[in-house]
Design a protein around this ligand. Structure first.
Ligand code: FMN
Length: 240
């Protein structure tokens, strides 16, 4: 007897060999691409600060927070270090701080900031080439950010990080096997964020129980090509 999951896994592994769904010509497959929003305001982030903690200490401290008591906004320095150290590009290279199947980087990073301070509240996209946040639009007043994820009620978010996968960027080369690669890549990115965030003292919690439709709409995704694959609740204050 086989289960849906074992069949699915076998099928996706076989898709790797057959390159089912891959572009026969390999045309248009470019490494290191990401989305940009050139018509939107871009906020340059400061270069990441040195973390100054040992990997041992970070690994020992990392836990998913169940509580975060303050709704303090992130500073530009906070976000410059969090995003740059975890997800930025290596200097002078297209490669980034995390691995990617075929260096195609199909996963995009979005950030919801519900509080205004140095950065206005709103929906942002991280541009790793410019190390900048592109401000897309306001969070509509009817959207309750806490309802977008099924996380602990006592966790007040200063940000919600959202990873989406632009499937064709990777499936053009790998076919349906891009699904496996895409989720693994989001996992690498997520762990980098969790480790850097822990070094910075931020409470965080990865959430797979997110509101797909609401998030896809909020980010205005073309869901034939791009879908949300992972979210991380971000807090600024120390847990109690
Ligand atoms: C892929 C993944 C999905 C998760 N989804 C949720 C979620 O939807 N809601 C939630 O409250 N916690 C979620 N978590 C957090 C786990 O509950 C947490 O990692 C687990 O209890 C282990 O605790 P620790 O992270 O503190 O070591 C998720 C964790 C992972 C890795």
């Amino acid at each position: 007897m086989t289960f849906f999951i074992t069949d699915l896994h076998k099928d996706l592994r076989q898709a790797r060999l057959a390159r089912r769904g891959a572009s026969p010509t390999g045309e248009g497959i470019v490494e290191g691409v990401h989305k940009t929003y050139p018509r939107m305001e871009a906020v340059s982030l400061p270069a990441p600060a040195a973390l100054g903690v040992s990997l041992d200490e970070v690994l020992t401290k990392r836990m998913s927070a169940t509580r975060c008591i303050s709704s303090e906004a992130f500073s530009l320095e906070d976000l410059g270090t969090l995003l740059g150290a975890a997800l930025g590009r290596h200097s002078g290279q297209i490669k980034r701080k995390y691995p990617s199947g075929g260096a195609l980087y199909p996963v995009e990073t979005y950030l919801l900031l519900p509080q205004s301070d140095e950065l206005k509240a709103g929906v942002y996209h991280y541009n790793p080439t410019d190390h900048a946040l592109e401000r897309l639009w306001d969070i509509p007043y009817e959207v309750d950010v806490m309802r977008l994820v099924n996380g602990p009620e006592e966790f007040t978010m200063s940000g919600l990080l959202i990873f989406t996968n632009v499937w064709p960027r990777s499936s053009a080369k790998y076919g349906d096997f891009a699904y496996v690669l895409g989720l693994l890549e989001a996992g690498h990115m997520s762990e980098n964020i969790l480790l850097v965030g822990t070094a910075l003292g931020f409470p965080m919690r990865p959430i797979e129980g997110y509101a797909d439709k609401a998030l896809n709409e909020l980010l205005d995704l073309d869901t034939e090509k791009e879908q949300v694959v992972q979210t991380i609740m971000l807090g600024k204050s120390q847990t109690e």
